[in-house]
Design a protein around this ligand. Sequence first.
Ligand SMILES: Cc1cc2nc3c(=O)[nH]c(=O)nc-3n(C[C@H](O)[C@H](O)[C@H](O)COP(=O)(O)OP(=O)(O)OC[C@H]3O[C@@H](n4cnc5c(N)ncnc54)[C@H](O)[C@@H]3O)c2cc1C
Length: 236
Amino acid sequence: MKRNWEALVLRAMGGRTFRLTVRGTESVGGRYQRLHLDDGGLLAECGVHPTMWIRLWFDDDGRPHQRAYTLVDPDPAAGRFSLEFALHDGCAARWASAARVGDTIDATVQGSAFRLPDPAPRHLYLVGDAASLPAVNSLLDAAPDLPATVWVEYAHDDEKALPPRARPCHEVVWVPRRDGGRHLVDTVRTALPGAADAHYWVACEAASTRDITRHLRRTLGVGRHQLTALAYWSAR
Ligand SMILES: Cc1cc2nc3c(=O)[nH]c(=O)nc-3n(C[C@H](O)[C@H](O)[C@H](O)COP(=O)(O)OP(=O)(O)OC[C@H]3O[C@@H](n4cnc5c(N)ncnc54)[C@H](O)[C@@H]3O)c2cc1C
């Protein structure tokens, strides 16, 4: 597939590109498409960390279209992982819905880096939605004994078909998407405590992520090192 200046910049920044092959497809509750993939050597070369994401290159009417997706259950020994696509009207989501066994797609690894803080915080506060639930789940898997409170915004009831991988020490609060995300922001702002021994992880729609981050930093005085925040998509 044709590449653009973005690909050149990523390569100059050390990005490595691999060809993935679809080995299985699965609909999850109608609002997610899970694809099982052979990794083309990606995991052996790049390693794995919680919330790890890759840049997939889709074809949008002949133009390259790059979007980020999170590795699910990466298995370096087998050279396999899955991806879970929340479905909406977008090029990436459409590709995932139509993907068949044997289809291929290129993935660049550049920019993903996350480590659970060391020493471990006493509590994790996670704010996500359908797009970041795979990343939330990788965090819960990586910290099964760490108390966590998780807010998950959902736009459709069927999105709950992808369950949070919560253990008894994890509290999950489902929040319906209302008023363009305002309801999530208000819910989280009301409930979030500012604690020096906590880590905060925020990954939802761009405006919501910005508002929640601002509240954490300015109102609650949360330190930069205590906060991981990244917009996962933009409402347009
Ligand atoms: C680090 C990172 C990891 C991510 N991991 C995942 C993942 O594992 N699974 C996953 O599903 N998504 C994930 N995302 C989000 C995904 O990259 C975006 O949703 C992306 O915009 C989808 O591209 P698209 O081509 O389908 O739609 P776009 O061309 O980007 O947008 C088309 C239309 O769809 C709307 N739209 C886009 N995304 C969403 C959404 N999530 N919900 C509702 N409407 C939307 C846009 O507002 C626009 O109107 C991740 C994002 C980041 C930054």
